[in-house]
Ligand binder design. Structure first.
Ligand code: HSE
Length: 309
């Protein structure tokens, strides 16, 4: 039996639309991600468990885990009969890489179960392809961090898809999911097809500066440069009171604040646990729209997907 955990992630990280992604883990030690358990079986079987399993499609063939299993079997040209348990603990359409958690956990579990027929590059390519089919276009900024851990810079080069960049050890990442759904495919559709030259230059300058600040360990420069010119201006309307919320969080003391992936989760950064707790409390009181929403204070998850138990 193989049980794999794949952590939640923050796509874009404010400044790197489709290029930066961060895996996260709550500081209280709880797991924030999906779990997939695989064991051999005479027939294929998929059992859905977990807090958000009721939100999954009724038809097995529409379940991401089934798609991953089917694509994996096709890729290795073998029909692997297994029983799979998905523990769907991530809310769908939350901007926390929920689909990536299921994709990563399933593919890593299948690969381990079959004694690693795919290398990590082949596995990541397959993860990106499936994520692309779900969201409308290939983007690795959730699957790469969830699979490999830490802060990932997506390169999509002929040799390397993603590389880890240095992180700031003192940063607390506060995330708040308001309890409502935003479809990634829809949130991508509302973005412009082309951007003005000045926006491209501004974006390149900020992203390059952020990478430089990460390598030279300048946390305040990095935080100041975490600005989103590509997606945030168009996605503001998808989040409840985003502008006022961001303003308030900055007033409380966050050094950065932005939309996690395609939203509606918001993220904030602080180096001070007292401030992180204040932000968390404020978000819990003011940003959550219903009782399913949640707030977590997190560190970066440096391990990525891993075997549990
Ligand atoms: N980079 C993707 C987007 C992340 O913003 O559409 C989706 O979670």
């Amino acid at each position: 039996m193989i049980k794999i955990y794949a952590p939640a992630s923050i796509g874009n990280v404010g400044v790197g639309f489709d290029i930066l992604g961060a895996a996260i883990t709550p500081i209280n030690g709880s797991l924030l991600g999906d779990l997939v358990t695989i064991q051999s079986s005479k027939t294929f079987q998929l059992i859905n468990k977990g807090i958000f399993s009721k939100k999954l499609p009724k038809r097995t063939e529409e379940n991401i885990v089934w798609k991953c299993w089917s694509k994996f079997c096709k890729t290795i040209k073998k029909n692997i009969l297994v029983s799979i348990i998905l523990e769907k603990n991530m809310p769908i359409g939350s901007g926390l890489g929920s689909s990536a958690c299921s994709v990563v956990a399933t593919l890593v579990a299948m690969n381990e179960f079959c004694k690693k027929p795919l290398n990590s590059r082949e596995l990541l390519l397959l993860m990106g392809k499936i994520e692309g089919e779900i969201s409308g276009s290939v983007h690795y900024d959730n699957v790469a961090p969830s699979y490999l851990g830490g802060l990932q810079l997506i390169l999509e080069d002929t040799e390397t898809i993603s590389q880890r960049i240095p992180n700031f050890q003192n940063w607390y990442w506060i995330i708040a999911w308001p309890g409502i759904k935003v479809s990634t495919a829809e949130a991508r559709k509302i973005l412009p097809k082309t951007y003005q030259k000045n926006i491209c230059i501004q974006n390149s300058r900020h992203l390059a500066g952020f990478i430089h600040a990460s390598y030279t360990q300048q946390p305040y420069l990095a935080a100041r440069l975490m600005q989103d010119f590509m997606a945030e201006p168009y996605r503001i309307k998808l989040l409840p009171n985003f502008i006022q919320t961001k303003k308030k969080i900055k007033e409380i003391g966050a050094i950065s604040c932005g939309i996690s992936g395609s939203g509606p989760t918001i993220f904030a950064i602080s180096e001070n646990i007292k401030i992180a707790e204040k932000i968390s409390l404020w978000l819990r009181k003011n940003y959550l729209q219903n009782e399913t929403g949640f707030v977590h204070i997190c560190f970066l998850d440096l391990k990525g997907s891993r075997r549990i138990g």
